[in-house]
Ligand binder design. Structure first.
Ligand SMILES: NC(=O)c1ccc[n+]([C@@H]2O[C@H](COP(=O)([O-])OP(=O)(O)OC[C@H]3O[C@@H](n4cnc5c(N)ncnc54)[C@H](OP(=O)(O)O)[C@@H]3O)[C@@H](O)[C@H]2O)c1
Length: 342
């Protein structure tokens, strides 16, 4: 593709990760159209970025769970030459996992790719998948192993959609089957004028730049850190020890969009440093007056060293330098603390 797309569509642009991608694109002089289900959130994103007036606009779309979802309106009237598809339901607060998590994730991907193909102007699509699509929760290490971009979680659709399955498992299924739908679409429609890059980040933390009315409405991953900052006990136990800073992840998306040689690849952008919520609690205690002197109960906070993740390929091929966990936690907590003070 042209190394510097001039107009990029970002779905999920009002979310935690999407808003950082928007800022990264705007910072490079690339125009952005965001999609959102809420016109008010789109307006608030624009109002918070007066320096980019006229270079950021929003299109309202329907929920991915609605029947006959059609995203062609998002491409209307302009030449969009790149798409970053971030939007997908990310919640564990569900009543029906298949309806609320799995089907909207898959249908959102399909609708976006169909609309991108119909536009005839898109040259590359970058999809935010997840380490959840990679992780095999039953893979135990008698010998050390390293997850790479060729690994897929082994869940079947039936296991993920089973009514008795937890939302955590169903979310893993939603990311796997949505990403597979994207690769299938490209395989079945070789005539489309674009290629695909997928990114499979693990837990993502960092400062918040999207519209959030209060600390109570943080996205799921940051909400975990904020609960710790508030001194809530007991500390949660990390399901995986891998993570990435949201700013590094935003950069990974933009590099995946503009680097021709990234086309067709699947990356796991992930810091080489491991984390636990105990480590986060210690960083918060050391870095913030309001948490000083706090006892940190590290029971259950042993960091799993039995396997690794290959974040190095993404760093090398996308030109990333991962931030430290300390910097990420301090920046995130500092930002939310300031927000809470008003
Ligand atoms: N945060 C993490 O730790 C993490 C790690 C790995 C991968 N990811 C992936 O990164 C992406 C963004 O996550 P995030 O943490 O930024 O979450 P977020 O803040 O909840 O943002 C998700 C965005 O997706 C849109 N969305 C959610 N459900 C939707 C639905 N049913 N129909 C249409 N749009 C919907 C929302 O847009 P509107 O409300 O504006 O319509 C929202 O802006 C997701 O694909 C997630 O799976 C996240």
């Amino acid at each position: 593709m042209d190394n510097s797309p001039s107009y990029v569509l970002v779905t999920g642009a009002t979310g935690f990760i999407g808003a950082h991608i928007v800022d990264c694109l705007l910072g490079r002089g690339i125009r952005v159209r965001g999609t959102t289900r809420s016109a008010a959130k789109g307006a608030s994103m624009i109002a918070a970025r007066p320096q980019h007036a006229g270079r950021l606009d929003f299109v309202q779309i329907s929920d991915f769970s609605s029947p006959d979802i059609d995203l062609s309106g998002a491409f209307a009237g302009i030449d969009i030459n790149g798409v970053v598809h971030v939007a997908s339901p990310f919640t564990y607060d569900t009543l029906d996992n298949e309806k609320e998590l799995i089907l909207p994730a898959i249908n959102g991907v399909r609708a976006m790719l169909a609309a991108a193909a119909a536009s005839k102007t898109v040259k590359r699509v970058v999809l935010t998948s997840s380490f959840a699509a990679v992780l095999d929760a039953n893979r135990k290490a008698p010998l050390y192993f390293t997850y790479t971009g060729v690994d897929w979680n082994p869940l079947t659709y039936e296991e993920a959609a089973d009514l008795n399955t937890s939302a955590v498992i169903a979310y893993r299924g939603s990311k796997k089957f949505a990403e597979l739908a994207a690769w299938d679409f490209l395989r079945n429609n070789p005539e489309v004028g674009f290629d695909l890059v997928t990114l499979c980040p693990p837990m993502t933390f960092g400062p918040v730049v999207h519209p959030v009315p209060s600390a109570n409405s943080l996205n799921d991953s940051n909400a975990m850190l904020w609960r710790i900052a508030e001194g809530k006990e007991p500390l949660p136990v990390a399901r995986v020890p891998f993570w990435i800073d949201v700013r590094d992840l935003a950069q990974a998306h933009v590099e995946a969009l503009v680097r021709p040689e990234a086309g067709g690849k699947r990356y796991i952008p992930a810091s080489p440093e491991r984390f636990s919520y105990g480590l986060a609690a210690e960083i918060i205690r050391d870095g913030f007056e309001f948490a000083r002197g706090r006892e940190v109960d590290l029971t259950g906070q042993v960091i799993d060293q039995s396997h690794g993740v290959d974040g190095e390929t993404a760093a090398r091929e996308l030109g990333l330098r991962y931030r430290t966990f300390r910097e990420t936690v301090v920046d995130m907590v500092g930002r939310v603390a300031a927000m809470s003070r008003g």
